[in-house]
Design a protein around this ligand. Sequence first.
Ligand SMILES: Cc1cc2nc3c(=O)[nH]c(=O)nc-3n(C[C@H](O)[C@H](O)[C@H](O)COP(=O)(O)OP(=O)(O)OC[C@H]3O[C@@H](n4cnc5c(N)ncnc54)[C@H](O)[C@@H]3O)c2cc1C
Length: 375
Amino acid sequence: MTTSRPYGPTDAEQTLLDRVRELTSDFAANAAGYDERAEIAVGNLESLHAAGVTRAILPEHLGGEGIGYQAFGELVRVVSEADPSTATLLTMHSGAGVGLAELTRDTLGDFFATEFLSGKRFANALSEPTSGNRFLNPQQEAVPVDGGWSLDGAKRFVSGSELADYLLVNALVQGEPTFFAVVPDETVTIIPIWDTLGLRATRSQLLSFSGTVLRADHRGRSPRPGDFAVVPAGLPAISLGIADAALAALVAHASGRQILGRPLSHQQWVQHAVADAQTRLEAAHALFQRSLWQADQGDPAFFSNLSRSKYLANKTAVEVAQLAVRVGGASGYLRTSPIQRHLRDAEAGQLMAYSTEVLATEIGKEVLNVEDEVA
Ligand SMILES: Cc1cc2nc3c(=O)[nH]c(=O)nc-3n(C[C@H](O)[C@H](O)[C@H](O)COP(=O)(O)OP(=O)(O)OC[C@H]3O[C@@H](n4cnc5c(N)ncnc54)[C@H](O)[C@@H]3O)c2cc1C
């Protein structure tokens, strides 16, 4: 196998990561407030853009700097450790922006790349009430009208949709899943039901489409191997960042809390449980790093290994956060403790497509050589 990138970030990528790390202490300090208010931390998104993150993420052939997968994964993880809602918004915005520039490359690609670089906001409006987790298999049929197709229906959990200048939308056109850029107009409205347990500051709203025209000249091709897989690479990193934050909160609590004159960290059950959790977390990090490295080499195995990374990262984050709740005791259960927030956020990772259940089916079938119906 030819190696096109080293293991780990390049010098330029490391400089970017250092810049982002500097921003994240503020992100971490304010995360609880944004979560409490279910408010998007717009300032975080603006600082990431100002730090050069947008230009770094856009692939070189689309006019950006073309950050590698390993650096992208670490960037999202670092942001997520401080504020996972910001990391989720960064991932979804970048996935939609890079996606639209790539999918419409032969037509409007330059326009979307320029808009992305200028700081315009993008959102993925893919999940539907009826397709659930299979967000690339829309069930809603768009019907032909002058200049394109008309969509009546809904898209759910559209992270950052209130800020979005452009939406990446899919729908069935003559029975085929088809991708479009949509500029939200009066036919696209928000059904304000956003009040969730976790990742509250993503404001992933339910959108209603009423006769929205999916313009023929805004139509893109389908995603294909070779496209920069922003969302699949970002999702494991979100959960790993949450797990890292939960472990840090656990350690801080166990070190500071005195029980019968000794720190809680001196209790053997805590040491054994932490050994188990931390070792699993290291393994999840290692699998993710290897998958990203494979992606940077162009090894096609990376895609199914990213699925495994998401599966393991999602589950490990919940396990670590649950342990943090046990170690935190009643004080970790207070709203003022970060521990309860990490558990709520960790749960969301498992729900985001593809969910751990859907991934388990895919991975299990692959291992067992089962080639049958779509689950
Ligand atoms: C915080 C957050 C942010 C999100 N952001 C975005 C976004 O920006 N854009 C976007 O398009 N979507 C987004 N989503 C949506 C997400 O990615 C999923 O597509 C969506 O949550 C799944 O829909 P659902 O709630 O209907 O769950 P369902 O799909 O109904 O899942 C319910 C249960 O059924 C299981 N299940 C579902 N399908 C299968 C199957 N085929 N086989 C086996 N089990 C199955 C699931 O694992 C789960 O346990 C977001 C979700 C969350 C929680």
